[in-house]
Write a protein that binds this ligand. Structure first.
Ligand SMILES: Cc1cc2nc3c(=O)[nH]c(=O)nc-3n(C[C@H](O)[C@H](O)[C@H](O)COP(=O)(O)OP(=O)(O)OC[C@H]3O[C@@H](n4cnc5c(N)ncnc54)[C@H](O)[C@@H]3O)c2cc1C
Length: 377
């Protein structure tokens, strides 16, 4: 017995796919609608902390994800300059517990492909090129409109449709992501043998330079700068800007620049922040993942929080017998404080960088939040 029999999900990111997998495994009929024409994976690589890895295990996808990525422990801090000296080797808290690596990097398209295969295997019925455009609630049913036409009636709708969530707008939640004041250049390049964990460079012309290994032969590299209007920058120009802005950094950055000079693609995004105040549902429509909260990836917890939203929500839906206020209260009690703590810590770390606050206890803040994440969601 589950609290729902038929659920619609908007969005095929990590949050939507995780929710779909768990519901379909429990025998719930799941229709997943994705606005894009195909499974997309914006950006290059992603860092996944232990609590995200633990969530993948719950989904049944951990073995494949582990094989497709680059697990590692610890974080190195380096300084700008010709020799790029390592100035600190920081241990990681194993936020997923002792059974999982502290972190791993992986190419985003591989993560999307693996989760989507699990969703299909579990029985999720996914449609691409299908934008959720309208919702009509009456009693215990929600009619979903896709590309302007009715797609059916459901017991529950999950809006996992990302930062600019349409579902959030449709249910009248006005909180929206706001710019933090930072922008990030990212590129996907080959991994020099000496890069075996994430490394960050503070100081120099940008706020943070860094990279994370994503496989034996690959890694992603990034530069975090003061947010600028980069609209209309061509692909060639983007690669050139990233190459120029990285010149103060050496060590593995010399190899990154060689890949950029050979044409590695660079993309640019602003960091945002928001947390929707309780409740995340209106009747039988609920938002999760980036639709409900976003933050700068200063502690790389965005995907982990979306996964946890999905797992907690589906645990309550498949373990209970009805969708009632008790279910929503339990959901919010388990998700709001945790997601809010992540957003606040991530934004604080970004703000200290923007303010140039050298006395801030960044290590203490990161350690404290990691301890929190090590607790079950
Ligand atoms: C620069 C940057 C770096 C990051 N790095 C990390 C990191 O290293 N580690 C980490 O954990 N997190 C990181 N994050 C955060 C992480 O990427 C997100 O938190 C996570 O991908 C959000 O997943 P989601 O499923 O909620 O949304 P998304 O992945 O955005 O998926 C939403 C989906 O919904 C679809 N959609 C939109 N509207 C509709 C509609 N109306 N109908 C149907 N479908 C719709 C979209 O096409 C999209 O496919 C980073 C974020 C940024 C910006």
């Amino acid at each position: 017995m589950t609290a729902v029999n038929k659920v619609a999900i908007a969005g095929s990111g990590v949050a939507g796919l995780a929710a779909g997998i768990q519901l379909a495994k429990a025998g719930v009929a799941v229709d997943l609608f994705e606005a894009q024409p195909e499974l997309s994976a914006l950006g290059s690589g992603i860092s996944l902390q232990g609590n995200a890895l633990r969530a993948f295990d719950t989904l049944g996808a951990w073995d494949e994800i582990k094989a497709a990525g680059y697990p590692f422990e610890g974080l190195n801090l380096r300084a700008p300059g010709p020799d790029a000296p390592i100035v600190a080797e920081l241990p990681d808290v194993k936020t997923g517990g002792p059974d999982y690596p502290a972190a791993m990097g992986m190419p985003r398209p591989d993560l999307a492909r693996i989760l989507f295969a699990h969703a299909e295997k579990a029985g999720v019925n996914a449609t691409f090129g299908a934008k959720v455009t309208g919702l009509e609630q009456s009693g215990d049913a929600v009619e979903v409109f896709v590309n302007g036409a009715s797609a059916g009636t459901y017991d529950l709708v999950i809006g996992a449709d990302g930062l600019n969530s349409t579902v959030r707008d449709l249910i009248g939640i006005e909180t929206k992501p706001e710019p933090v004041g930072m922008g990030i250049w990212r590129t996907f390049v080959s991994r020099p043998a000496e890069v075996v964990r994430s490394e960050l460079y503070y100081g120099g012309p940008v706020y943070i330079a860094g990279y994370t290994p994503t496989g034996e032969g690959s890694m992603y590299a990034f530069l975090v700068e003061k947010a600028q209007d980069r609209v209309g920058v061509s692909d060639e120009e983007a690669t050139r800007i990233m190459l120029e802005e990285s010149r103060a950094y050496h060590g593995p950055w010399d190899a990154i620049r060689a890949d950029l000079a050979a044409g590695a693609h660079a993309n640019y995004t602003w960091f945002t922040k928001h947390v929707v105040a309780e409740p995340w549902n209106r009747g039988r429509v609920v938002i999760i993942g980036d639709a409900a909260h976003s933050c700068p990836p200063t502690i790389a917890q965005g995907a982990a929080q979306g996964l946890e939203d999905a797992l907690v929500l589906t645990e309550l839906l498949t373990g209970g017998e009805q969708v009632d206020q008790g279910l929503w209260d339990a959901f919010h009690a388990r998700r709001l404080p945790r997601a809010t703590a992540v957003v606040e810590a991530s934004v604080q770390l970004a703000q200290w960088q923007i303010d140039g606050d050298r006395d801030a206890d960044a290590g203490g803040l990161i350690f404290g939040i990691a301890q929190k994440m090590a607790q079950p969601a």
